[in-house]
Design a protein around this ligand. Structure first.
Ligand SMILES: Cc1cc2nc3c(=O)[nH]c(=O)nc-3n(C[C@H](O)[C@H](O)[C@H](O)COP(=O)(O)OP(=O)(O)OC[C@H]3O[C@@H](n4cnc5c(N)ncnc54)[C@H](O)[C@@H]3O)c2cc1C
Length: 307
């Protein structure tokens, strides 16, 4: 039986792996791929210590950092996918898609999430050509431009609040008859002179010519089709956690995220920790995911040593 199994090869999983090796924990890291969600990004400008790095280069550097520690104490299982995690006597068993099983005394879930994609004509064509899923990453590219945010939850309103700092105008569209975000945030954001909110909007298509030029939507109240001319479209219609394989092992919230104690990333199941975008952490960033995993490893080490 190993000391620790880590599932995930994004910033959280790799940070966990590096710390586990430095602490000489006998570790298995299972991941489908290295790099995580921002592998899609052209330029990441907030990975602390690096002025600018592309998503694919970040993935390479994360993998290289982890492999630098590969030794008797680290086994990397990649590409493979964890399909089930269960409790066994004295620990946990994780089974992968190719049918292999690994056993360990502790488990770190760092399997991240994937963004719900906008599924209308033009959305895939203009992805990364004016349509984006990350305001913290791409927002400044749209300074002094007219932009739209799609999504009326907290993520949509937080995105709008960020964009208001430098965009010419921000229009938030939601398909619902009301916003799902906290009323205080809604009130504050909508009060901004550059902000417009539109409810009951069913997005019909993303328009463009090489780059986004606008979108069309149906006003569900009047039935009318309307057009908006914008240079940027920020989509915040939900993040889907990759937690299917642990749904019978740990407590998940209503949207499937692993519930953790933010002090130490512990779940309510003994000897199971989780870090990064698969958790009910409020903010989703590479640095936060890595930091969460570091916190978890400090705690895992102390708990395993005390066992
Ligand atoms: C387009 C885009 C651009 C972004 N740009 C930035 C940016 O510029 N700066 C920033 O700070 N943040 C950015 N983010 C957010 C950032 O990418 C995430 O917050 C961060 O990747 C979360 O890291 P994580 O390790 O928790 O999860 P993830 O990055 O989601 O990584 C999860 C890993 O687990 C693997 N995995 C998933 N399920 C399984 C399984 N069952 N078995 C085995 N492996 C599995 C995946 O292959 C992946 O390697 C961006 C997000 C997107 C979508």
């Amino acid at each position: 039986m190993h000391d620790l199994i880590i599932v995930g090869g994004g910033p959280a999983g790799v940070a966990g792996g590096v710390y586990a090796c430095r602490k000489r924990l006998d570790t298995v890291l299972i991941t489908e791929a290295f790099g995580g969600q921002s592998i899609e990004s052209f330029g990441i400008e907030n990975w602390v210590g690096t002025v600018k790095i592309s998503g694919p280069d970040l993935a390479k550097s994360l993998e290289a950092h982890l492999r630098a520690y590969q030794s008797d104490c680290l086994k990397i299982v990649s590409p493979d996918r964890a399909v089930q995690a269960e409790t066994i006597d004295g620990g946990f068993r994780v089974t992968t898609k190719d049918g292999t099983s690994f056993e360990a005394k502790a488990l770190l879930i760092a399997s991240g999430a994937h963004r719900r994609k906008l599924d209308v004509p033009g959305a895939a064509e203009f992805d990364n050509k004016g349509l984006t899923y990350c305001a913290s990453c791409d927002g400044p590219l749209f300074a002094d431009m007219d932009v739209v945010v799609i999504g009326g939850g907290n993520a949509g309103f937080e995105t709008a609040a960020q964009l208001l700092a430098y965009c010419k105008s921000v229009t938030l569209l939601t398909h619902g008859s009301d916003y799902r975000a906290d009323p205080v945030t809604v009130e504050k954001v909508l009060a901004h002179p550059k902000m417009t909110g539109i409810k009951n909007a069913e997005i019909l298509a993303v328009k463009g010519d090489g780059f986004v030029t606008g979108l069309s939507y149906k006003d569900k109240e009047s039935g009318e089709t309307k057009e908006l001319s914008v240079n940027g479209i920020f989509v915040e219609i939900g993040l889907i956690p990759n937690t299917e394989f642990v749904k019978d092992l740990v407590e998940l919230d209503t949207v499937g995220r692993v519930i953790v104690d933010p002090k130490n990333q512990k779940t309510k199941t003994s000897f199971v920790w989780a870090a990064g975008d698969c958790t009910n952490e409020l903010y989703h960033q590479n640095n936060i995911a890595a930091g969460d995993a570091v916190k978890a490893l400090e705690d895992i080490y102390m708990e395993l040593r005390a066992r």
